[in-house]
Design a protein around this ligand. Sequence first.
Ligand SMILES: Nc1ncnc2c1ncn2[C@@H]1O[C@H](COP(=O)(O)OP(=O)(O)OP(=O)(O)O)[C@@H](O)[C@H]1O
Ligand SMILES: Nc1ncnc2c1ncn2[C@@H]1O[C@H](COP(=O)(O)OP(=O)(O)OP(=O)(O)O)[C@@H](O)[C@H]1O
Ligand SMILES: [Mg+2]
Ligand SMILES: [Mg+2]
Lengths: 228, 228
Amino acid sequence: VLNAEGLRKEYRMGQHLVQALREIRLTIDEGEFVAIMGPSGSGKSTLLHLLGGLDQPTDGEITLVGKQVSRLSDKQATLVRRRNIGFVFQFFNLLPTLSAEENILLPLIIDGKRPKAFRARLDEILDRVGLQDRRTHRPDQLSGGEQQRVALARALITKPAILLADEPTGNLDTQTGTAIMRLLQDSARELRQTIVMVTHDPRAAAFADRVVLLRDGSIVEELVFDLE
Amino acid sequence: VLNAEGLRKEYRMGQHLVQALREIRLTIDEGEFVAIMGPSGSGKSTLLHLLGGLDQPTDGEITLVGKQVSRLSDKQATLVRRRNIGFVFQFFNLLPTLSAEENILLPLIIDGKRPKAFRARLDEILDRVGLQDRRTHRPDQLSGGEQQRVALARALITKPAILLADEPTGNLDTQTGTAIMRLLQDSARELRQTIVMVTHDPRAAAFADRVVLLRDGSIVEELVFDLE
Ligand SMILES: Nc1ncnc2c1ncn2[C@@H]1O[C@H](COP(=O)(O)OP(=O)(O)OP(=O)(O)O)[C@@H](O)[C@H]1O
Ligand SMILES: Nc1ncnc2c1ncn2[C@@H]1O[C@H](COP(=O)(O)OP(=O)(O)OP(=O)(O)O)[C@@H](O)[C@H]1O
Ligand SMILES: [Mg+2]
Ligand SMILES: [Mg+2]
């Protein structure tokens, strides 16, 4: 459902070239739960953004639900992404003027849906992320971990086929983090959702079927968990 | 060197009152390394901001290097803070238009110092946080963990008497995180620095002399490590 072939990403800094990703090949099947780990600066966020079509590679190709992203117009790529992908950003990207629940409902509103029809789903997701009594708070009235959970709820509310999550438990204590991982696991199972999660937390990675290790822009190792 | 007595912080949200901190009493001695842990939303960042004079309590008093913060004018409080405290924010607060090294030098410039005189210190700190080859990058050209390390370097460059750090390893892999903790430990020892660090990471907390556990706005437990 997600494929990267010969993927490269460079940034030119004056005289000097930063190789954020060098020749990445990665195939992810429908319903798989993949964790991406690696040192700070190794290219994880870059890879996730390319997989989600939020950025263009320097070279190589991303194939997303059967479509080659580089061959789509901006408009087509945006539609494919909105219909299929939920994205949790490393630093959330919440709208500062909207409350937690408004931020969460936003993807539905953008999709032309009417929020009232999703009241039950909103309630359930607020429950699962533990934010029922913070639903009216704006981002600047929320703790770091609370903002992170709003970002996750927002990515899940449309029940996307693919969830791309950049360090979804980075600002959470162990207990809250585990609750969040169970939510992801349940969501994946009941929706046959594909999950690609960047994480520094081995405990979070343990929920995945497969761990891909990045170092300095390349995949250096893959670990498969075969416990059924 | 840092004391909180009867500290309370409330936020009014319409009909409803959020008790972010309820009656906190905390004493931190010079040279101590204290970790503050607790669930997401338990009041850790709130406590750290009050300790650093970045926010006013609803009730109670903060005493900082012998001065009662509530009795100081805004201007006096700012001076006390700038001369004594280095602060690492949970979401960094870097200036987007400045490079990594310019962001790091900023406290010195604000202090009226000439950056050229601190060339060696800047080099050493860039080395210790592993950002020598990212020094010219602006925040939007840095990974999450790289931005976090810039924020830490900026807080350390003035060799402050007190370091207040809000989750300084939250966006770092284990290896980089350990390097950062060793940097904090060395800095504390050679400068007799007092460190108060909020963290979700038990491995980071293990570097502290004492762990204070918050839950729902109150201190519920303290653990002291007596290994010498
Ligand atoms: N716009 C840019 N210009 C130049 N270099 C960049 C740019 N964006 C990212 N980089 C560099 O590319 C590398 C990979 O960045 P990326 O954000 O993917 O790392 P990461 O693995 O997510 O790290 P972290 O765990 O710290 O979040 C980093 O070393 C970073 O400095
Ligand atoms: N301006 C505000 N208005 C209303 N409530 C607030 C405001 N700022 C913080 N809060 C609430 O106060 C509580 C404590 O916030 P704080 O940021 O101190 O938590 P924290 O322990 O740092 O959490 P985390 O580990 O998630 O960063 C949270 O439940 C938050 O929703
Ligand atoms: Mg990243
Ligand atoms: Mg916090």
